[in-house]
Design a protein around this ligand. Sequence first.
Ligand SMILES: Cc1cc2nc3c(=O)[nH]c(=O)nc-3n(C[C@H](O)[C@H](O)[C@H](O)COP(=O)(O)OP(=O)(O)OC[C@H]3O[C@@H](n4cnc5c(N)ncnc54)[C@H](O)[C@@H]3O)c2cc1C
Length: 330
Amino acid sequence: MIDKASCSGVWIFAEQRNGALQGVTFELLAKGRELADKRGAKLAAVLFGQGLKDQCADLFAHGADVVYYADAPALATFNSDAYTTQLAALVQQYKPEILLGGSTIAVRSFFPRVAVRVDTGLASDCVGLDVDAAGVLQAVRPAYAGNVLATIVCPEHRPQMASVRAAAFKKGAPTSGRTGELVEVPAAVGEVRIQILETVRDASNQVSLADADVIVAGGRGIGGPAQFGFIQDLAAEFKGAVGASRAAVDAGWISAFHQVGQTGKTVKPKLYIACGISGAIQHLAGMGASDFIIAINKDAAAPIFDIADIGIVGDLFAIVPALTQALKSR
Ligand SMILES: Cc1cc2nc3c(=O)[nH]c(=O)nc-3n(C[C@H](O)[C@H](O)[C@H](O)COP(=O)(O)OP(=O)(O)OC[C@H]3O[C@@H](n4cnc5c(N)ncnc54)[C@H](O)[C@@H]3O)c2cc1C
């Protein structure tokens, strides 16, 4: 167990895919900066990859004081074995007080392994973070199928680890010219038993909810799986993503990958178009922070209109295709 008294600093794992830093990295930097300032400590970003030294400037510009960068062929693409050994070694050596990552597939896969190696706990899939005067991280996450928000603490073991949902925090603006300390760490990937033979792009070529500027979402009002075609057509006009309420997912009309809400994904697009969604509190929990919301619902009293910037009362089967057509003919 790492000695608690010897730990300091807030670390974020800067995830890259194909050499591009993932959006959640910048959200973590913004939140990490806030936590580090509260602790009077440094904010560090940890970047693994190959030939990515130039990316460190972006991490400094977004608030990192230090970047630990490990460059090796084995770290170029995510590999759970290599990333676990490398990150656990860094944690043992530099002893951060707090270590954060995005709730991505990679982090979900290797953060628990790091936590076991360094003998600490991990609060996963958090939607809120704070730190108290004693330096105890308050990690807030939905629990009991999303019925309560639980605050998880790890008072004795260090580092205090948490993974955070995409869009739970706002990305900060970069400060041009801001710089920091770059620590190039030697590769220490240990025994790597996993070989990446091939990386295949998702054949559906769909835009992911986390990356989309525009999300068009369908609910029970859609009426069936085939009708999601209307939603897909409108989303395609915006080069956007398709979202869904839990009612639509539970009905088997669309996969859970698309679910927005308390037990689905938290999203914050520039534009969210809710079609045939009533606006239950659990749905609003996942999309209420969107920059601009358009709601289409035939019930003028639907609660979704309370948070919509533009509300259209009417039949979505007339309105959605008309909108798609209007966009096509522009
Ligand atoms: C613990 C817990 C967690 C949950 N997590 C989530 C979650 O993550 N995400 C989520 O979405 N829900 C979640 N729910 C479920 C949530 O409470 C609602 O049941 C769900 O969001 C309702 O989905 P909906 O709006 O599609 O369906 P409904 O509430 O049935 O609304 C359908 C709407 O479609 C409108 N409509 C019907 N036909 C048309 C038409 N032709 N044109 C226009 N409008 C039409 C109706 O007026 C109605 O407002 C959760 C519930 C619980 C208890």
